[in-house]
Design a protein around this ligand. Structure first.
Ligand SMILES: NC(=O)c1ccc[n+]([C@@H]2O[C@H](COP(=O)([O-])OP(=O)(O)OC[C@H]3O[C@@H](n4cnc5c(N)ncnc54)[C@H](O)[C@@H]3O)[C@@H](O)[C@H]2O)c1
Length: 360
């Protein structure tokens, strides 16, 4: 993907701004990508990762920042899409000096981009970044932040799943359904609790024995299977990928027995075209960036002074948004992922256009 809008890809507006940041002394090499500020300041986390090359880091930040524009638009937030990457192994490169240098670059954008946590960065890191910039959220509770975002992420995934269940089986509940949860991490654990409370039967897997032990202790009724492949092939009604991206690929989709896919993992579709494969097999896919928006809803709320109940209510609306997308998909005869993109683009265009009304 290139930075500038390409005539080969008429669907892409291109990125507004991409900033390369370097501070040799601290070892900082970061790229901040701002895809769109049509709906407000760009918002998205900072990923710290040992990319194989500068090109790989750039490709990731372009992809992720575009994704955030769509996620934020559908979450109803007054935020555009942005994301940043720090190039390096988080265990080796992160230091006070590096994080503060990074914070100064974020500050230099004057509020066009708000940062937060992502893979390889944590609330404690955001507290350090915040010593240099106001434009940071996802902070620790001690510093007025909201803390762990997985609580509302799981709540939002559950709401999206309810809407998908209603679309397929006529009732917005998972009661009596078998739900396969791949990944009993921060989100998967909370999701399992919601599903059990709703009367679902949970089948789960994780590569970490501690996560499996957690399930045995806290939810002995959960059936544990060997791995994600076994879960995909199991007799389940709903598949909830809650581990890594790329869970739906050319091998998993043909093997899938579930009628619904709804989970927390980002970028579940391994490549374009998988959404069509799912639709052709009669599997309803609730787009990941729609149902997993609870986390960004939480960090966005924190910018105004965190109010859990307000954020929870907003995350509950993921049910309505998912419902609307699934209906639009049926009406327009397209997969839900395409309908979601259309709805996001419509909001960015309709609301973004209002800025052309001049105000003094
Ligand atoms: N935490 C959030 O607020 C949030 C928000 C949006 C999206 N997400 C996405 O949701 C997913 C889960 O996030 P999390 O915060 O729970 O992460 P986490 O790291 O706490 O949990 C991931 C779990 O998946 C397990 N896992 C890894 N590989 C696996 C495999 N091959 N098979 C089975 N299990 C495997 C890990 O052992 C871990 O228990 C991630 O893709 C994340 O990007 C999280």
């Amino acid at each position: 993907m290139g930075v500038f809008a390409s005539t080969d890809d008429p669907g892409s507006a291109g990125h507004e701004q991409v900033v390369f940041c370097q501070d040799k002394q601290s070892g900082l090499k970061a790229i901040i990508g701002i895809y769109s500020t049509a709906l407000g300041p760009a918002l998205g986390g900072t990923r710290c990762y040992p990319y194989a090359s500068e090109e790989a880091a750039l490709a990731d930040v372009l992809d992720l920042s575009r994704g955030m524009a769509y996620k934020n638009a559908l979450a109803g937030l007054d935020h555009g899409g942005g994301k940043a990457v720090i190039w390096g192994d988080p265990d080796q490169v992160k230091s006070e000096a590096l994080l503060r240098a990074y914070g100064r670059f974020v500050q230099s954008l004057g509020g066009r981009y708000y940062t937060a946590c992502d893979v390889g960065t944590y609330v404690a890191d955001m507290d350090v970044v915040a010593r240099e910039t106001r434009y940071v959220t996802g902070r620790s509770v001690e510093h007025g932040g909201a803390g762990d975002s997985s609580v509302l992420t799981a709540w939002g995934v559950f709401q999206g799943m309810r809407a998908a269940a209603e679309h397929v089986w006529g009732s917005p509940t998972l009661r009596g359904r078998r739900v396969g949860v791949a990944g009993l991490g921060k989100v998967g654990k909370h999701l399992t609790g919601h599903l059990i409370d709703d009367g679902a039967e949970v089948v789960a897997t994780d590569v970490d024995p501690r996560a499996l032990e957690w399930a045995r202790v806290h939810h002995p009724g959960v059936t544990l299977v060997a791995d994600a492949a076994a879960l995909v092939a199991a007799d389940i009604d709903v598949y909830a990928p809650c581990a890594l991206g790329g869970a739906l690929d050319d091998d998993t989709v043909p093997a899938l027995r579930a009628k619904v896919v709804a989970g927390a993992a980002n970028n579940q579709l391994a490549h374009p075209g998988i959404e069509k494969l799912l639709a052709d097999r009669g599997v309803l896919y609730a787009p990941d960036y729609v149902v997993n928006a609870g986390g960004v809803i939480q960090v966005a709320d924190e910018i105004d002074g965190f109010n859990f109940e307000r954020a929870r209510l907003r995350a509950t609306r993921i049910y309505d948004t998912t419902r609307q997308i699934l209906r639009l998909a049926d009406d327009e005869g397209v997969p839900p992922a395409v309908a979601a993109d259309r709805l996001a683009e419509r909001r960015m265009a309709d609301v973004g256009r209002l800025r052309t009304i001049h105000l003094r």
